[in-house]
Design a protein around this ligand. Structure first.
Ligand SMILES: Nc1ncnc2c1ncn2[C@@H]1O[C@H](COP(=O)(O)OP(=O)(O)OP(=O)(O)O)[C@@H](O)[C@H]1O
Ligand SMILES: [Mg+2]
Length: 503
């Protein structure tokens, strides 16, 4: 009891002494001396203080740019925060649906790295300014402060902080709501606004629900996963961490569905780039600089977005005849391209990684119905690393669709469907449409029979179309023959007349 009384007595006299010195200092020290003394005291304490403090602010300098590292640190600290901090705040994350607990301001947690103890504190400073601001952050500044012993300076600043960022970013990617971005026309974008607008990406397609030959599918999945894990490899060989896929095939064969499946597999955002809305190459560069890592940049129907047919056009003018499909594509291209001056070389520059080399991994996907129309420079390996053909529905793809839509792996009608699909071209979209039960209670057999009828109908349609085409060709040939004969006759009669005149 006496001991406690003694220590209270010592404590009291120390406080009294401190107060005494402080009053003396305030009242009797001239102002000019106070500043150097304060500086000197700070120097002494710094000399004896073995700890280093690093402050991580929520915003970069005085800019409006949010510091990505701050968010990553916050996510990294969540686990220690939920176990150690006493005052927590709860944030909702959609993926997986849950509350994430983070520490409140002015809380402190500890972390252990290779046996080294560090302290993390969250802090918020509020400015004294008496202004009214629309932006809360102008007056409030949030920081994380990391404290550690100076003998661990190298390990902490180099290895530990790298790990904090990597782990934090990984958590953020896992729990984020993925986005589907589309580019706005530049006229509609106000100053300081992003050229991309987005909605939440919620496409249900996965590689499990995508019907295609299993080995081919596995090869694509492996390729994507290998790419997403190859950060160090790309750094080693000095290439931008990007990969290009060209998906080609007739309409309804699953090109867009595959892009959604890719995004779902890798947990990437999707940037759907409408090239015809991009004014010129400079704008294209800006758009691409504004994309984030872990994303798929998609240009659908590339043949209709850009004039890539220059060489072919020249040949056609030299006398070749255009077919009706090409006519249509050309017309669509002209309609689309009004106002866009993006050139092939602008696009090539982008793909080559000059502009996409900033930041994390990116996948570029082009889709087209007419692969033969694309300029070889655009799709050469290295730009479009993998060319994937999505084609008409074969037996293997049909079996996958039956598994997805009818939940069956075999049926006595399968063999017949298989033979019919070999003879008739039908897209997976059409097969899926017929297999999907339309009203409650439609059984597998009913749906398979409907599919058989649809294939028979498609076969009949194809036969009629071929007949019509053959007829049209014959008429064309007859007309050409007629023209030729008429020309010959004219020439001959012209020759006779000339001879008469000479007589
Ligand atoms: N291989 C497939 N596996 C499963 N479903 C498919 C497949 N191909 C097409 N489908 C179905 O058909 C529909 C149309 O497919 P999708 O939009 O992917 O075709 P596309 O190749 O992108 O066509 P387009 O060239 O016209 O853009 C999708 O809703 C999808 O459900
Ligand atoms: Mg499509």
């Amino acid at each position: 009891m006496a001991k406690i009384g003694d220590s209270w007595g010592n404590f009291g006299s120390s406080i009294a002494a401190l107060l005494f010195f402080y009053t003396m200092y305030r009242n009797y020290f001239p102002n000019e001396l106070r500043q150097p003394i304060a500086r000197y005291i700070r120097k002494i304490t710094r000399y004896f203080n073995p700890y280093i403090r690093i402050t991580f602010s929520e915003y970069e300098g005085d800019s409006f740019q949010r510091n990505k590292g701050y968010k990553a640190i916050e996510r990294y600290l969540d686990q220690s925060s939920s176990q150690q901090a006493r005052r927590l705040k709860a944030n909702f994350v959609p993926n997986p649906k849950a509350f994430v607990l983070s520490m409140q301001d002015h809380e402190e947690v500890t972390d252990d790295f290779q046996g080294i103890k560090v302290w993390w504190a969250s802090s918020r400073t509020v400015s004294n300014r008496q202004s009214i601001s629309l932006y809360p952050r102008e007056d409030e500044k949030k920081h994380f402060i990391l404290t550690f012993h100076k003998r661990h300076r190298e390990v902490i600043t180099e290895t530990y902080l790298r790990q904090v960022l990597d782990v934090g970013e990984e958590i953020m990617v896992k729990e984020r709501r993925r986005k589907l971005y589309t580019n706005n026309k530049s006229e509609r974008v106000g100053p300081g606004k992003s050229m991309w607008s987005y909605i939440t990406f919620q496409h249900p397609a996965t590689f499990d629900t995508l019907a295609m030959e299993p080995n081919k599918k596995q090869e694509i999945v492996d390729d994507l996963i290998n790419f997403s894990k190859a950060k160090d490899y790309y750094a080693e060989i000095g290439k931008a961490w990007k990969r290009g896929y060209l998906l080609y095939g007739p309409p309804g064969t699953g090109k867009s569905t595959m892009i959604a499946a890719m995004a779902n597999l890798l947990n990437y955002d999707v940037y759907d780039l409408e090239l015809t809305s991009v004014k010129d190459n400079t704008e294209l560069r800006k758009l691409l600089n504004d994309t984030s890592g872990k994303s798929i940049i998609v240009i659908e129907d590339i043949d209709c977005s850009l004039d890539l047919t220059g060489q072919r056009e020249k040949k056609q003018k030299d006398g070749e005849k255009k077919d009706s499909t090409e006519d249509k594509v050309k017309k669509k291209l002209e309609d689309n391209n009004k106002g866009s001056q993006v050139t092939l070389s602008g696009l090539l520059n982008f793909i080559d990684g000059l502009w996409s080399a900033c930041g994390g991994e990116r996948i570029i996907v082009f889709t087209t119905n007419y692969v033969e129309k694309l300029d070889p420079a655009l799709i050469r390996r290295g730009r479009m690393d993998k060319h994937i053909e999505l084609s008409y529905c074969g037996f293997e793809a049909f079996k996958e669709l039956a598994k997805i839509y009818l939940k069956i792996e075999s049926h006595e009608l399968f063999a017949r469907v298989g033979t019919m699909l070999e003879e008739t071209k039908m897209t997976p979209a059409d097969v899926a449409e017929n297999l999907m039960p339309r009203v409650f209670g439609e059984g597998a057999e009913f749906c398979l029979e409907r599919l058989i009828k649809a294939i028979e109908q498609a076969k009949e349609d194809a036969r009629l179309k071929a007949e019509e085409e053959a007829k049209a060709k014959k008429t064309e040939e007859a007309e050409a023959e007629g023209l030729k004969t008429a020309k010959k006759e004219k020439q001959e009669s012209g020759g006779k007349n000339e001879a008469k005149c000479a007589d």
